[in-house]
Design a protein around this ligand. Structure first.
Ligand code: CA
Length: 245
């Protein structure tokens, strides 16, 4: 996504505390973003469906529908906007649950607006939407659709989470380059990292089971000892479809 596109991104803020909602809205608007607001989960979900925002700032404790429920429903409906979760709780399990559901980042209240805006920018930088987005990739008998989040191998449907699609996209876009576990954590999980490098390894094992012909002898996602992983196929071996969203 270009810098211009990032600055005009559409952001939906779902928060029931009026003071926070207003503060966040004002500051995002000053930065040039288009801002939509909702003060309960149900309205937030409806706006997200209707307006397809680039980013959703989502409080967890909300009337009508919790932030978790909203996030779960968004992912079920395959709404692709990035999500930053807000919570007053400082409990790690909130963060784990939010990230497992596919949130891109997590901010604990109270937060400074400077920190908040930095997080928003960081997440939008990683948000799909530019003109050169990878929309589909085929290699061997694997077919990955990054728009509909559907994937098949040999015609059989693969069971991949949005996060796993994100990892595959990162690999394919950086094919031939070694990606460290820390870079994967940073780009896929966000820099406020709770998961460990062990989490990365577990995801790689699961991905190999799905996209490798012989998962115990991988030829696509290969390990580079002591460094990280690399997507080993060449440009000629991958049939890509690209375009804007
Ligand atoms: Ca709240």
């Amino acid at each position: 996504m270009s810098t211009e596109a990032t600055e005009t991104a559409k952001i939906l803020v779902v928060e029931d505390e009026a003071a926070i909602l207003l503060g966040v809205k004002d500051n995002l608007e000053i930065e040039g973003y288009t801002v939509l607001t909702a003060s309960d989960g149900q309205t937030g979900l409806k706006l997200a469906e209707e307006e397809d925002p680039d980013l959703i700032v989502l409080d967890i404790m909300l009337p009508k529908l919790s932030g978790y429920d909203v996030l779960r429903k968004l992912r079920e409906k395959r709404i692709r906007g990035s999500v930053i979760m807000l919570t007053a709780k400082k409990e790690e399990r909130d963060k784990v649950q939010g990230l497992q559901l596919g949130a891109d980042d997590y901010i604990t209240k109270p937060f400074s607006l400077v920190e908040f805006l930095a997080r928003v920018k960081a997440v939008l930088r990683r948000t799909p939407g530019g003109a050169d987005q990878l929309k589909r990739a085929k290699f061997g008998d694997v077919d990955l659709d990054f728009v509909s989040y559907e994937a098949t191998k040999g015609g059989a449907k693969l069971d991949l989470t949005p996060r796993e699609f994100k990892i595959l996209k990162l690999f394919i876009e950086n094919r031939g380059r070694v990606i460290s576990r820390n870079e994967l954590l940073d780009k896929v999980w966000g820099y406020d990292v709770f998961p460990t490098t062990r989490t990365v390894d577990n995801h790689i094992v699961k991905l190999r089971k799905q996209i490798e012909d012989d998962p115990s002898n991988p030829t696509r996602i290969v390990s580079i000892r002591g460094v990280g992983y690399k997507f080993a196929l060449s440009a000629e071996e991958i049939d890509e479809t690209r375009g804007g969203s």
